[in-house]
Design a protein around this ligand. Sequence first.
Ligand code: C5P
Ligand code: MG
Length: 195
Amino acid sequence: MLNIVIFGPPGSGKGTQSEKIAEKYRLIHLSTGDLLREEMKKGSDLGIKVKNYINKGELVPDEIIIEELHLKVSEHKNAKGFIFDGFPRTIVQAEMLDEMLSKKDIKIDIVLNIQVEEEELVSRMMGRAKDSNRSDDKEDVIYKRIDIYKEQTFPLIKYYKNQGKIVNIDGMAEIGKVFEKICHAIDIYNSVKDR
Ligand code: C5P
Ligand code: MG
């Protein structure tokens, strides 16, 4: 099994890279942001519950996210592995994820830390706003999401550093180059693991 967390600020390219990684390594891509947006579109109870948080750029409470993630992981009993995109966002979520996986006798193998400068993040999200149709790709909400990242999510780097799992990836390059670096990191990890 291979379980990866892709970590980085909003607009760092987590979703784009996750799709490529999932395809190449045959992993299940679990994007909590995509899941929540689908629920909003459907107008489900969950969608209605999370809508206000998302539109303001705030984080949905841990319990809601964790329950949803648990359901999704359980749907894929025979998965070769997962790529967790946009989750965990808080230390509590990271601890719950570790606990949940350890009950299944699995663990996070690698945490890809995608590094992109703030100015670039804003310009990417503003640039995609026309096509993304995302209610949170608006200037004030974009800044709010970056602030929330710094406050609540950035501290996770230390959490995963302590576990020796962080791999820094320069996310400023073009998509293909970033993907190459990610594959390199994964392949090294796999070759050491298989030895
Ligand atoms: O991951 P993504 O950027 O797509 O997430 C969009 C929004 O979904 C976040 O700004 C936040 O409101 C919500 N979200 C969350 N907790 C997560 C993932 C997403 O609250 N673990
Ligand atoms: Mg995303």
